[in-house]
Design a protein around this ligand. Sequence first.
Ligand SMILES: *Cc1c(COP(=O)(O)O)cnc(C)c1O
Length: 375
Amino acid sequence: MIAFNKPPYTGNEDKYVMAAMRSSKMSGDGQYTHLCQEWFEKQTGCKKALLTPSCTQALEMAAILLDIQPGDEVIMPSYTFVSTANAFALRGAKIVFVDIRPDTMNIDENLIEAAITPKTKAIVPVHYAGVACEMDTIMAIADRHQLFVIEDAAQGMLATYKGRPLGSIGHMGAYSFHETKNYTSGGEGGLLLISDERFVVRAEIIREKGTNRSQFFRGMIDKYTWVDIGSSYLASELQAAYLYGQLERAEEININRLKTWSAYKSAFSTLTDKIETPHIPSDCQHNSHMFYLKLSGLESRTRFLEAMSKESVMAVFHYVPLHSSSAGKKLGVFSGTDNFTTKESERLVRLPLWFGMEMADIDKIVSSVTRSVYL
Ligand SMILES: *Cc1c(COP(=O)(O)O)cnc(C)c1O
């Protein structure tokens, strides 16, 4: 069976993890955490980058920083991972789902304004497959209505929109280093990117259980104390050390994934009567996070997945739209009509893609797909 994913590993991760284990500091905010955070601040130009134990927790921090209160509304696509919604639902927000664009599976920027009410606090665009949402339009809407924009860039590391790194365009952004993403910090991990300077000081407090401990360690105050709500949002040094091994080889990982993605893209260019392949708008440089195919509908997808399984290739479908889930019905509402969210999600399958995939695997998958789409 060809796996769907293999966690990225480049060679130096174990060396750094061992060094972190043998140092006197394995808890968060040590040497490797700082090396990683500096790398991201330089790479994205953000005011502050903070490593977290997961992207889920980075999104939770963002919701706390925005002071989301019960009754506030937060706009996002329904075609996303549960954490996008949970982070805000945990603070009592009502989730307002907006339909997606069929070409990118991203929130339809032209439908956002109709979903805004006096209770709206934030817009949360999700950059699906590392392909950017239409951020100029979204930022202009946010500006007009004085809303915050939190980018769920879980899949977006090293991808850009008009040359700007995803996660650095809104007020805040979040990356994931889960082992299914392009870069991992040892299975689980995340990052909060802060572009709006107003959130920096409080972010460090919230991350340190609501204390001003970070300022204390920098010598800015002479004792630390409880000053705000907060939680335990520091990544361990072992996570940071693993990630640092990958950041040193970040470009190599990116180029290697792009090679596989492009091989799929050109191999399937002859099957356009049966399947659609991802569309990349000209303003977007993606990061080859995902290669998906779209079949004609739910039935042909089910048949395709069965055929792929018989071919010993692990292909998978993706999100079940949140608004149709039991929690989504309770905690959210769909704004307008679901023209594409359900229909397009039922057509989509993801193909195996990982760093270091062999050409033989790619060839095998391509021929399996070619047989399976004609069944
Ligand atoms: C992976 C993912 C998350 C969650 O990331 P974790 O690091 O596993 O918490 C959130 N949103 C999106 C869009 C994701 O793909």
